[in-house]
Design a protein around this ligand. Sequence first.
Ligand code: GLN
Length: 539
Amino acid sequence: MSLGRKYIVILGTIMSGLGKGILAASIARLLKTHGYKVAPLKFDGYLNVDCGTMNPFRHGEVFVLDDGGEVDMDFGTYERFLNTSLTKLSSITGGKIFQLLIEKERKGEYLGRDVQMVPHLTGEIVDRVKFLGEETKADIVLIEVGGTVGDIENGYFIEAMRQMSRKEDVLFIQLTYVPSLSPGEQKTKPTQHSNRLIQSLGIKPEIILCREQELLSKEAREKIALFCDVPVENVLDDPIVDTVYALPQLLEKQNLYDAIAKRFHLRKTKVNLGIWNRMVKRITNPSKKKIQVGIIGKYTAVKDAYVSVKEAILHATAANNVCADVCFVESTEIEKKGAKILQNLDAIIVPGGFGKRGIEGKIAAINYARKNKIPFLGLCLGMQMMVIEYARNVCGMEGANSEEIDKSTPYPVIALLPEQMRIEEKGGTMRLGSYPCILDPSSKSFTLYKKKLIHERHRHRYEVNPKFVEQLEQGGLVLPGRSPKKGIVEMSEWKDGFGIGTQAHPELKSRLEDPSPLFVGLIKAAIENKKKRRKKKKA
Ligand code: GLN
């Protein structure tokens, strides 16, 4: 693009929870579909350096990137929508930027000067935004400012963007909420006030996207245009959708691209949302075939704690043209009521996790799946529990456990990774990011991945203890995947039925256009299993 790099900044107003991340990802997708290279970036005001030390109960899942960055779950949305893998450069938290500034100050890089929010902190932010653009060679850097305008936490990020807009081509988009007091009675005043608040910061939004219960009336749209001083065609709906994947298409229909193109003098292009649209259709008009998938976890009270697992199931069901009812089962419930509560499930997933609580319920669920031939997928902790279940109940290693759960177990089949032994800090110290794994060509995993060398993302401290590998294999557990350098066990399989465990988190790389092979296999096995069970019942 000869016009030079462009920047889009998305600001949320009035309240949180309006789906700013999904909107930003949809706009990024739309621009990508029109042929532009987009680099997403998110500012988060909290003072944690990254998300790794946050509690899934409060913050939802921690998303891990190829380079080991532990980031906000919105990055999962970006990657899924853009179908590309991002790097740590796309995430700037308050903690990270302050850390950088203080490190520079200690090195004497500001010698003789007072180090101040403006211009030093804001300047550092602008530099990082521009650096991302250069590194990725993006045509457009799309910036989501976390939080809501008016918060103390994100004020310096917004000021940095104002400063940047003096020198660069920056388009500000306001996301707002238009409540209806009763059907047909839309209220635009909160939007007017919040727009004024943004303008008081020296920023003028040029496109306004409105979340609402009902589509904007002509009157409300015109009022917003008039009071917020934007053309009426730049006031758009951000409607409630059946699936978030439908949003890029809905924005396209409202000519959002045209509004952006006009502002940036971009070329007029025709889009082809092709396979994206076909997959979205499968999600919005699901086939009548339905299966029940259970996620056995301990953060099940928080819907965002397992977002990527849920999305990976959705991608795999769309690929198999079925519809899944996903239910969350709190593993402590299994401890109380027994694994029989899982009897209606067609597939069982035990996802990742940390700590003791609910562990025995997970092991019981895996045992139930193995004995009743319910297709099973174990993710990270889920794989570790699959190994423990097998060690205890098939290999006769009574009391087998993970050192994370029971330090004095007679059979520590899951043990601390050697490189984790001396680490005392918590942030960013696990085995993090993408690692290769070599698959045995005779394994089920190989059949699913259709290749020998795979790369998946990791986030763990413990591994299958090499001391017990032979004993486990002799007992019949298949361990068909190893890391090439250190020989770490990466995969486990049952010989009978569909049961696969992976030390990685394949859900993090699953995309609508490129679903995770293990999830596709699980869902396929679940459909076949359901058919078999039906036949048995009839007979
Ligand atoms: N707690 C386990 C470990 O640290 C598993 C981690 C996970 O499931 N992400 O190895």
